[in-house]
Design a protein around this ligand. Structure first.
Ligand SMILES: [Zn+2]
Ligand SMILES: [Zn+2]
Length: 281
């Protein structure tokens, strides 16, 4: 991360090049605090401002707002994730492929993946269990773009719809392709796991819970006691460029990569998600 030299700060009061973690085997790893927004939509999602959430615009906003890592999570599709990652080449922003699946219980679960292939494989499983056709008059076009913001296709599926997969099956599917499963905006009335189910079912192997920009970790933990057992993240769930980074997580990691994020979610080797922040537009 040449853009963020040791000794600089995130602007959040955390020193970046601070922690030298001594490992048993005798070598040291520099852990730094990174700023992550792990839930961002593109022009592929129905209801986004068309021509606004393109790969280049998303990456530009991420750079401007000092985000080190973002994840692209469109509704029931990952068709714009690879293009956004390619658009970020050379900017220092790390882009994770993701997907926001609507379960049969109408709960939103975000999958974050180590590779484009993994995200696309999950997408194919989702497509096979997603029915109906998009009504462009009602929901708008669902635009597939390349890294130059050129239109490549219009997705005709009803991406806003619910799949026939339960929460449990969605989490299993994400894990089958080595992804991380995060219950999205758990504090929200619409499509949050608590509003839809009332609680997190025992044995549901979520890797983290996401708090929306409307709340904070403390409030969510005191309102929903089950949250005490999980890693929390804060994400913008941006559908518009001005919302990118409006909520973000601070995580201590060796670098902004999927492998390090997985360790931060698990709280191993000194990695951790430290807190969530929101900023005013
Ligand atoms: Zn959602
Ligand atoms: Zn979303």
């Amino acid at each position: 991360m040449g853009r963020f030299p040791a000794g600089s700060t995130t602007g959040d009061g955390f020193a970046i090049g601070a922690v030298n973690l001594k490992r048993k085997r005798g070598f040291q790893v520099d852990l730094r605090v990174y700023r992550l927004d792990l839930h961002i939509h593109t022009v592929l999602s129905p209801c986004t401002e068309i021509a606004d959430m393109t790969p280049k615009a998303i990456v530009r906003a991420a750079v401007e707002r000092g985000l080190h890592m973002i994840a692209i999570c469109d509704h029931n599709s990952a068709r714009n994730t690879a293009a956004t990652r390619r658009a970020a080449k050379g900017t220092g922003v790390s882009v994770l492929p993701g997907i926001e699946v609507t379960t049969s219980e109408e709960v939103h679960i975000v999958g974050l993946f180590p590779t484009d292939d993994a995200a696309e494989a999950v997408q194919e499983e989702i497509y096979a269990r997603l029915y109906g056709e998009n009504d462009e008059e009602v929901f708008g076009c669902q635009v597939v773009v390349n890294e130059y913001d050129e239109v490549e296709d219009l997705d005709k599926r009803l991406l806003i719809g619910a799949t026939t997969l339960s929460c449990e099956r969605v989490v299993d599917l994400i894990h089958r392709f080595n992804g991380l499963a995060v219950a999205a905006h758990v504090d929200r009335d619409g499509f949050g796991i608590f509003s839809q189910l009332g609680f997190i079912p025992e044995g549901l192997a979520l890797d983290a819970l996401e708090v929306s920009k409307r709340s904070d970790f403390r409030t969510v933990r005191s309102k929903y006691r089950q949250c005490l057992q999980y890693t929390l993240t804060a994400s913008s769930d941006a559908h518009y460029v001005h919302d990118i980074g409006v909520a973000y997580s601070l995580a201590r990691m060796a670098e902004p990569s999927f492998e390090e994020l997985e360790k931060a979610f698990k709280g191993v080797d000194g990695r951790a998600v430290l807190e969530g922040r929101t900023r005013k537009n």
